[in-house]
Write a protein of this length. Structure first.
Length: 177
């Protein structure tokens, strides 16, 4: 019986050795799989970080460009508004000069005496004073005077505004009722 125990023991050792080899191979395979998975995760992190950084740079660049365009538009709008305001102011001064000139023409061409002369003199004086007011003060002077008038008389100014609003609303609505 000693001869049969030896081959069994030898077979057991072979199985044990093969199992050990297979376990070692499986462990090496598992280690390589974990390394490969770790490398894949690292690559994915790098790719995601790189994509995020590029997206962030693109967004920052787009925001900067939008700010630049908005700034240019605002500057151009300010320039245009300033130019229009200056043109309106110049036109107001020119109207004032024109009214003063018209006052001189009224005085020269209409009678100086009688009822017609008195009326012509009053019209010429009104044109002259209004022309001087517009020429010297311009639109800014008119705006300041209106604001001062409203500050001194707020209730009448409010009622006048409501009345004008009503008249404008009635004039602009259609009467299809």
């Amino acid at each position: 019986m000693a001869t049969t125990a030896n081959p069994v023991k030898s077979f057991e050792e072979n199985v044990k050795n093969k199992a050990q080899e297979m376990g070692d191979a499986a462990k090496q395979f598992g280690d390589k799989a974990w390394d490969a998975a770790g490398n894949a995760v690292d690559k994915a992190k790098e790719t995601a970080t790189s994509a995020f950084d590029k997206a962030k740079e693109t967004a920052t660049s787009a925001v900067d460009k939008a700010k630049n365009v908005a700034s240019k538009v605002a500057d151009k709008t300010k320039e245009t508004a300033s130019a229009l305001g200056q043109k309106a102011e110049d036109a107001t001064h020119a109207v004032g000069r024109g009214m003063g000139s018209l006052a001189g023409s009224v005085r020269e061409n209409l009678p100086q005496s009688g009822m017609l002369g008195s009326a012509a003199s009053s019209v010429a004086s009104g044109l002259e004073s209004t022309g001087q007011y517009l020429e010297k003060g311009g639109l800014q002077g008119i705006a300041e005077d209106v604001m001062n008038l409203v500050r001194r008389n707020p209730l009448p100014a409010l009622l006048l505004g409501i009345g004008l609003g009503y008249v404008i609303a009635r004039a602009t609505t259609s009467r299809n009722s």
